[in-house]
Design a protein around this ligand. Structure first.
Ligand SMILES: [Zn+2]
Length: 341
């Protein structure tokens, strides 16, 4: 055997070992996730619907139902939660999951569905939800192309631009351009658009980002900010005053202290929110627990919700803010106690 061949064989063996080690690392980190211990102490209590009172319900990732008994609308719509293995091929909204989700949220009629950006884990089920409920599909040109692909009529599509507002009953929704959390699938700076009607099945990557929104929700003199992704535009929220922020924290557990400082300053401090409710922390490659117990956090491979939560709690304590978690499916009062008149 020549020396050259032996060297080549050694290199090939080393490469194979490295690939196996990398594969093992990915596999193990996909199974490992932060423990749920103690999280239940942060859960907001269920609150019965009451005439004129705003109630919110959480359905995983950043899907949130806002309902004042008169008008109901959804921020995001994602119930299908295809497993990670399905992402190797084309995916589609799952009618059964969507119907089960709508039923658990008690939705029969919906004024609007408002994706916070157009990635599949935010927007995939929004056209189907609009079809089932008669809701308007509201958002960027990318989001509207999801509606067109599903055959929604133009009368059910409402495009919004940075700085615009939309009145839904007693709700005023204002759209403020934001950014995606910088990740390997988004640079957190520019964004890619869905440029033509998208008709599933399609690869997950076909649900391109579109415009990312900070959504300001004003209702009867109080207000809420919904931040679907852990990105920010410096200065964009300065001077806004909200009671509560639903804070997208997906991938924040992998960010450095400087990034976390910036996110806290530009979203929580800038908006003045006294209550911080982290969202987008559950592993959306898994189904939600059927009994409504807490979902599993995103695996360590991608995020570290335990570290995020400890960090948010430390920051909140120092500034008389509170960090609370939304229960699954159950209606809760989104406002901190002392903000009530
Ligand atoms: Zn996204």
């Amino acid at each position: 055997m020549s020396r050259g061949f032996r060297r080549l064989r050694r290199a090939a063996l080393l490469l194979a070992l490295l690939l196996i080690a990398a594969g093992l690392y990915v596999y193990v980190q996909m199974q490992r996730r932060p423990p749920l211990t103690g999280l239940d102490t942060l859960l907001l209590p269920a609150a019965a619907p009451q005439a004129g009172q705003l109630r919110v319900r959480f359905a995983g990732v950043s899907t949130l139902l806002f309902d004042d008994g008169e008008t109901a609308w959804l921020a995001d719509a994602f119930f299908s939660r295809p497993p990670v293995s399905a992402l190797m091929g084309p995916i589609s909204p799952d009618l059964q999951s969507v119907e089960a989700g709508l039923q658990k949220l008690g939705i029969s009629k919906l004024a609007a569905v408002v994706p916070l950006h157009s990635h599949y884990d935010h927007a995939m089920d929004s056209p189907l939800v609009a079809q089932r409920t008669g809701a308007l599909l509201v958002g960027s040109p990318s989001t509207l192309n999801l509606g067109r692909g599903a055959g929604l009529p133009a009368a059910q599509l409402r495009e919004v631009r940075d700085g615009e507002s939309l009145q839904l009953g007693r709700f005023k929704l204002s759209f403020i351009a934001s950014r995606h959390s910088p990740t390997w699938w988004s640079d957190g700076n520019g964004h890619e658009d869905i440029e033509a009607p998208l008709k599933p099945p399609a690869l997950a990557s076909a649900w391109r980002e579109g415009q990312v929104w900070s959504l300001l929700v004003e209702h009867e003199g109080r207000s809420i900010l919904v931040q679907g992704s852990a990105g920010f535009v410096p200065g964009a929220l300065q001077g806004r005053r909200v009671d509560t922020v639903f804070l997208g924290v997906g991938t924040l557990g992998k960010k450095n202290a400087a990034y976390r400082d910036g996110y806290w300053r530009e979203v929580v401090q800038a908006s003045g929110a006294r209550r911080v409710v982290p969202i987008h922390w559950d592993d959306f490659w898994l189904p939600l627990p059927a009994d409504g117990s807490l979902p599993q956090p995103i695996a360590y491979l991608i995020d570290d919700f335990g570290s995020t939560l400890a960090d948010l709690q430390a920051r909140a304590r120092a500034e008389q803010r509170e960090v609370r978690l939304a229960p699954l499916w159950q209606a809760f009062d989104p406002y901190p106690q002392s903000a009530k008149p």
